[in-house]
Design a protein around this ligand. Structure first.
Ligand code: PLP
Length: 413
């Protein structure tokens, strides 16, 4: 079994820590037949259908009625939006803290992102959403960040009150849940990413999930040039809607299948490690953690520390660097996860015109007033938890972390 973990100084979410005989077996099944395409070729494929198996495994893991695998988490967001009926000119409430793919998907759908406040759950808050609603609001793209989940009781109230379409980007929260319902299954459609950094990886891949049969059928067609996937003559299939190519290959699906089977094990290990870290670090006066609305539903891919303020968080980051502590993210200055660095969106720097340019931005993106978000992300330091850490590795890390945090806190005390 390879252990990639040691070679990483950026965050990882555990799937890529494991690559072994199980992954190789699934890939080999595909190599034996040479049918790398997920559809048709029934006679040659010897009943090997990895994309279908992958979808069934993800559906089983999260309790979804339907799952459709695609080429990436980003294209899964695209499918989730389109299958939920979100398109040209629709105003979609989005978080200013997310992987930028969420925002790109909204813009390339022809829709218009409206940024709203997050809170200490690291996700859009009900209060933030309420403030951002206008008569033109059509949908919320809710992103469950850093392995955790949003406060769904409060958010569902607003969704119902304003009759909004809820789409969930659970790109980094597969296998997380709130009160027993998985992230991704609260709204009309949801999605997960299987890129190299997620709790399970397919190399590249994504899965759109839904309990709505019509939305699933749309996604199935949207992801493959409109094909209805009926019969065995691909060239003569009907095309109920216009689509594009977001297909996953059998090779990627094979890896995703083996990895998805590992997720309950990874989640358990991550939760044990995260609880131990929170118990130990929680003894330090002044340190806090992101709010976990349902601690029993945490996928625990990240330990999310909230320092008292932005300045102390940045001092802590300096101390971590000084003391050789690695494996954490300070999102506040990250180019791809936080709005402060999204100058291309603010300045409308696009290769070709989008609806934001054509119709005009629904907000002044250069002068957004999101004080709660600024404060929260300024305070946040997230550690990627590694399921492969043993006690010695964890204790060594915790010792260094405590020294660093204590000296950061005492410098200004
Ligand atoms: C990773 C991620 C995506 C994009 O997934 P890719 O597979 O890298 O395209 C989308 N949304 C969120 C929240 C993510 O973390």
């Amino acid at each position: 079994m390879f252990n990639f973990a040691e070679s990483y100084n950026i965050y990882i979410m555990a799937g890529n820590e494991f690559f072994g005989t199980e992954e190789k077996k699934e890939i080999n099944d595909v190599l034996e037949t040479g049918i790398l395409f997920r559809y048709n070729h029934d006679a040659q494929r010897n009943n090997i259908w990895k994309a279908r198996e992958f979808e069934a495994e993800v559906a089983k893991l999260v309790g979804a009625k339907y799952a459709h695998a695609v080429s990436s988490g980003s294209t899964a967001v695209t499918c989730a939006l389109a299958a939920a009926g979100i398109g040209a000119g629709d105003e979609v409430i989005v978080p200013p803290f997310t992987y930028i793919a969420s925002i790109e998907a909204v813009i390339f759908a022809g829709a218009l992102p409206v940024f709203a406040e997050i809170d200490e759950t690291l996700c859009l808050s009900a209060a933030g959403i309420r403030k951002a609603i206008t008569p033109k609001t059509k949908a919320i793209l809710l992103v469950h960040m850093c392995g955790q989940m949003a406060q769904m009781d409060e958010i569902m109230k607003i969704v119902k009150e304003f009759n909004l379409v809820l789409v969930e980007d659970a790109g980094q929260a597969m296998a997380a849940s709130f009160k027993g319902v998985s992230t991704g299954l609260w709204g009309k459609t949801g999605c997960y990413s299987f890129d190299f950094f997620k709790i399970a990886t397919a190399g590249e891949g994504g899965v759109m999930v839904t309990n709505d049969e019509a939305a699933y059928k749309l996604a199935d067609s949207i992801a493959d040039h409109g094909h209805d996937h009926q019969g065995d003559n691909r060239g003569m299939e009907n095309h109920p809607v216009l689509g594009f190519n977001y297909r996953i290959s059998e090779l990627h699906a094979a890896v995703g299948l083996a990895q998805t089977r590992r997720v309950p094990m990874i989640r358990d290990k991550n939760n044990n490690i995260k609880k131990a870290m929170m118990a130990e670090l929680g003894k330090i006066k002044g340190i806090g953690f992101a709010v976990i609305p349902d601690p029993n539903g945490d996928s625990a891919t990240f330990l999310n520390i909230l320092m008292p303020d932005t300045e102390l968080a940045q001092k802590t980051v300096e101390e971590f660097n000084k003391n050789g502590v690695s494996g954490f993210n300070y999102w506040y200055t990250n180019m791809y996860h936080f709005i402060n660095q999204w100058d291309h969106i603010k300045e409308g720097r696009v290769a070709a015109k989008t609806n934001v340019q054509l119709l005009g931005a629904p907000q002044d993106y250069k002068n957004l007033d999101l004080p709660k978000t600024q404060k929260t992300i300024g305070r946040l330091i997230s550690f990627g938890i590694k399921a492969t850490w043993d006690d010695a590795a964890l204790n060594d890390l915790l010792t260094k972390m405590k020294v660093s945090i204590n000296s950061a806190l005492s410098v200004t005390a």
